[in-house]
Design a protein around this ligand. Structure first.
Ligand code: SF4
Length: 320
C-alpha cells in the first residue's frame, strides 16, 4: 500500500464510522500491542490482533458515550419514593433501565458500526475482524457462568480464566488507549477527554495499513489525589495493582502516576461486582465508579450516597 493512499483510506474509514454513529474514532498500529513500558502488559494468547488476522496491521477503536441523563437519572430515581413502583422492585427496575440504554444500546450500535466499517474494508480488498462489544456468555448444560469460569473442576490441574468470570475476545479498552482515544483511570476504565469514563468502546482489526493517531500525552485521570471511584464502589471491587493487600497475577510493585496509563493501574473483581444486586437489597445502580468521576466535569446530579461521599469522604454504606 503506497503512503499516498494510507491517509485517504484512514479518513474514509473514520468518516464512515462517524456517519454511522461512532462519536470517537482512533487508529493504532498493531505494533502498539507489543508490551509497552512501564507495565509491559501483554495480550493473553488468543487475544492479540494477529490472533484474529495473522497479517493485521491496524486496529480501529470506536466509541459512543453514555448520555448524562442515562448516567444520572436511574441512580437518583432509585432512591426516590415513587408510588407507582413497589419499593422492593425499584432498584432492579432502574438498574435494568441503565443496563438497557447505558450499555445494551452502545453494545449493539458499536457492533453495527464495526460491521459497516468491516464491509467497507472488505470492499477495498482488505480483511477485517469485528467483535462483540462486551463479554460473551457461552452456555453449557447444567453449568452456571460462575461454575464455567470460577476455576477448574475438582481434580483438573489446569487453571483457566484468572478473571473467574466471562470475558470478551479482545480488549477494547486496551485498543482505545493504543489508538490515542484516552488513558486508563483508577476505576480500571478508559477515560477520554470528551466523556471521561462515561463511554463504551469496540474495535475493528484489519490488515489495511492506516495512519495511527498519536497517543495521549497528558494525564486525564486525577490519580491518587482523587480515588473517588475506588471509594464509591460499594462492593470494594476495585483496587490498584500495587495494593499490597490485594495480591494476584496482576499485582505490580509500583504504579508510576507520572506516566500515561496505556495499561491499567487498577484491577476489578468482576464476580464481586456482578454479585452486587444479590448481596444487598439497597444496592446502588450499576456505574457508581463512572458516575462519581469528575472528568470531564464534576457531576451535577448524584444519588444521595455519592453526595455523602463528596461531602464527608464516605458513602455511608455498611461493608458488604
Ligand atoms: S474518579 Fe478520580 S481517580 Fe477515579 S478515574 Fe476518575 S479521576 Fe481517576
Amino acid at each position: 500500500m503506497s503512503s499516498e493512499s494510507i491517509a485517504p483510506l484512514t479518513q474514509e474509514v473514520k468518516d464512515l464510522a462517524k456517519r454511522h454513529g461512532a462519536a470517537l474514532v482512533g487508529v493504532a498500529g498493531v505494533d502498539r500491542f507489543d508490551p509497552m513500558p512501564p507495565l509491559h502488559d501483554a495480550a493473553p494468547p488468543g487475544h492479540h490482533p494477529r490472533d484474529f488476522i495473522p497479517g493485521a496491521r491496524s486496529v480501529i477503536s470506536i466509541a459512543q458515550p453514555i448520555l448524562s441523563g442515562v448516567m444520572d437519572a436511574p441512580a437518583v430515581l432509585a432512591e426516590a419514593d415513587l408510588p407507582m413502583i413497589p419499593p422492593h422492585v425499584r432498584r432492579p427496575y432502574f438498574d435494568r433501565i441503565y443496563g438497557r440504554v447505558g450499555h445494551f444500546v452502545q453494545d449493539c450500535m458499536l457492533e453495527f458500526v464495526g460491521q459497516i466499517v468491516g464491509q467497507y474494508l472488505m470492499s477495498r480488498g482488505y480483511q477485517a475482524m469485528i467483535f462483540p462489544t462486551t463479554g460473551v456468555h457461552p452456555s453449557l448444560p447444567g453449568l452456571t457462568d460462575g461454575e464455567i469460569w470460577g476455576g477448574p473442576p475438582k481434580g483438573v490441574a489446569q487453571t483457566f480464566s484468572p478473571f473467574r468470570y466471562t470475558f470478551g475476545p479482545f480488549s477494547h479498552r486496551h485498543a482505545a488507549t493504543r489508538a490515542g482515544l484516552g488513558e486508563f483511570g483508577y476505576n480500571n476504565l478508559v477515560l477520554t477527554p470528551e466523556f471521561g469514563p462515561r463511554v463504551r468502546f469496540n474495535s475493528i482489526v484489519t490488515d489495511a495499513e492506516l495512519a495511527p493517531d498519536p497517543l495521549i500525552t497528558r494525564p486525564i485521570c486525577l490519580r491518587r489525589k482523587c480515588k473517588l471511584c475506588i471509594k464509591a464502589c460499594v462492593t470494594a471491587t476495585i483496587s490498584t495493582r500495587d495494593d499490597p493487600d490485594v495480591q494476584d497475577y496482576r499485582s505490580v510493585d509500583a504504579i508510576d502516576d507520572a506516566r500515561i496509563f496505556i495499561d491499567t493501574p487498577s484491577k476489578s473483581d468482576a464476580p464481586r461486582c456482578m454479585r452486587r444486586p444479590y448481596e444487598r437489597p439497597d444496592f446502588p445502580i450499576r456505574g457508581d465508579c463512572m458516575r462519581i468521576c469528575p472528568i470531564p466535569k464534576k457531576p451535577k446530579r448524584l444519588p444521595k450516597h455519592l453526595q455523602r461521599l463528596l461531602k464527608q469522604g464516605d458513602c455511608g454504606w455498611a461493608s458488604p
